[in-house]
Design a protein around this ligand. Structure first.
Ligand SMILES: [Zn+2]
Ligand SMILES: [Zn+2]
Length: 153
């Protein structure tokens, strides 16, 4: 049995595992979404760099006999509300990370307050994002990747 595993490649060339996109072409590759589609920020689990990615950045690997971490329900994707450098900014400030599905622990090897934010990680109004003590999980915590990239979410 062949399984598809989906990843984003961080600026340091690590593979960030992401859930299977819901919108697939008939050959199983992620459906191409128009260029003006917005980006979504993800934390790389290896060096905790938060960067923005678009749906076109998703790459697919084929594996025989091995489910992805998401299909095996080993981890899930969560959305985190963070802060931005703007004053009283109401724009969306959301980043994504993966958690252990059983324990709810971060798959990132670094504590959130030490996460690094690249220049591409910005709020909906264009301010740089950062993590503060009051930042936290959004509910519902488990998010659907296709919603993160969709224009209307
Ligand atoms: Zn990385
Ligand atoms: Zn802002």
């Amino acid at each position: 049995m062949i399984y598809y595993h989906y990843f984003l490649q961080c600026p340091n060339s690590h593979y960030i595992p992401v859930p299977p996109p819901i919108l697939l072409e008939t050959d199983g590759s992620p459906r191409k979404i128009p260029k003006e589609n917005r980006k979504a920020a993800f934390v790389c689990p290896y060096r905790a760099l938060v960067s923005a990615y678009s749906a076109q950045d998703i790459v697919r690997h084929q594996e025989t006999g091995k489910e992805s971490l998401f299909e095996a329900n080993v981890c899930h994707l969560v959305a985190i509300q963070v802060e931005c450098d703007g004053k009283n900014c109401e724009a969306p400030k959301v980043i994504h990370a993966t958690q252990d599905a059983g324990k709810g622990t971060w798959n990132v090897r670094v504590a959130p307050k030490k996460w690094m934010f690249s220049d591409s990680a910005r709020c909906g109004a264009g301010h740089k994002l950062h993590y503060e003590e009051r930042s936290g999980l959004l509910l519902p915590a488990v998010v659907d990747l296709s919603l993160s990239f969709s224009v209307n979410s």
